[in-house]
Design a protein around this ligand. Sequence first.
Ligand SMILES: [Zn+2]
Ligand SMILES: [Zn+2]
Length: 307
Amino acid sequence: MKVTILGTANAWGPNPFLPSGLHWPMTGSLSNGQQVQFRQFRTSLLVETADEKRILVDCGPDFSHQLRQFKVPPVDAIVLTHSHTDHIGGIDELNLYRPTGRFPIPAYATSACWNTIKNVRGLGYLIDNPASPTRGPMTEMTLLVAGQNPTFSVGSVKVTPFQVQHSQFSPGAVGFVFEETQKGQERSILYTGDLWAVSNPANPMFRTQFDVAIIECDRATGVAGPAAGGGHLSLDEIVRILTNGFLSNPRPSRVTLVHFGDNGPTPASTYADWRNAATTALAGIVPALGTSVQAADALIGYEGLVL
Ligand SMILES: [Zn+2]
Ligand SMILES: [Zn+2]
């Protein structure tokens, strides 16, 4: 199983109208000097299985650009974390796959997420309807997540959603765990999606030793929650979650942060500012950061990062 990070920006991407100024393009340097770009595209992932199936995880408004830049071949499944536009705004562009014949694509979301996509966002026409002269690009597959882990498989990868708390305007939000066993070796990768908390921190699935946890890191500080109408994780909250929250026992071997917003660790945060802040905050919490160049280079997600 291979995961490629297709985008690392939050809802709107970097804002040129902030008093701190425009940081565009957002670039940075890895340990070997290689230049990388982050916050260019809204957060999305591509999971590729050992038996060559592909899963697109979220499909934001930059999808057509991501598809062209990363030459994303036709996908075998789409999984959607929630119905905010930065995660579903590109689903019309799935029509780019129409000439491939690999169409429609099974698309997995919760019933509440589908309801919002169809009836609030007005995108129901994108769901395949045999009675329609223009068939939609997606087949609706509904996840049932209340109190259970409804696992499904795409090729050799097992996919399990878990409920998260995020926003009243985007009900039915989930994160996903991807698991694959190959030649006796198991690999488990968790992606949180957007959240301020998981719904059931006691879920035994969180006792898995994840090889990588891909965690949203929308801002540097602060605690979101119902009083704020929902919200996102901050770097501070990620430290807490890895110290005594749902990802603390055991802690994931490696961590990659995505979904970066403008409220970074400095007034005009660059890739290096984010990297320095996250490395300092997570030193000793994610031990691999101190011993593995790869783990340190993968801490701040960037476009094209392969995990
Ligand atoms: Zn988002
Ligand atoms: Zn969201």
